[in-house]
Design a binder for this molecule. Structure first.
Ligand code: SF4
Length: 74
């Protein structure tokens, strides 16, 4: 059964994570550990870095499991 899409947001950005397509490369936790910490239940904390930095890291996700949307673009 497919796992549900996860969504995490700060005041500036919404980050979504699709656990069905993550390939566990670890790029996110290595690249921005203040935001991506798999030891925590709420493992994505976009408020811990500038939104542009979070967006840059999300773009480096090799599987596309991480996606983002800037709230200012709404
Ligand atoms: S960078 Fe993307 S594919 Fe790699 S562990 Fe993080 S979410 Fe999964």
């Amino acid at each position: 059964m497919a796992k549900r899409l996860q969504s995490y947001e700060s005041d500036d950005i919404v980050v979504t994570f699709d656990p069905n397509i993550c390939i566990h490369s670890g790029d996110c936790v290595r690249g921005l550990p203040a935001v991506f910490d798999v030891r925590l239940k709420r493992w994505v904390r976009p408020e811990n870095a500038p939104a542009e930095r979070v967006a840059d890291q999300v773009r480096r996700c090799p599987s596309g499991a991480l996606q983002f949307r800037m709230k200012s673009a709404d």
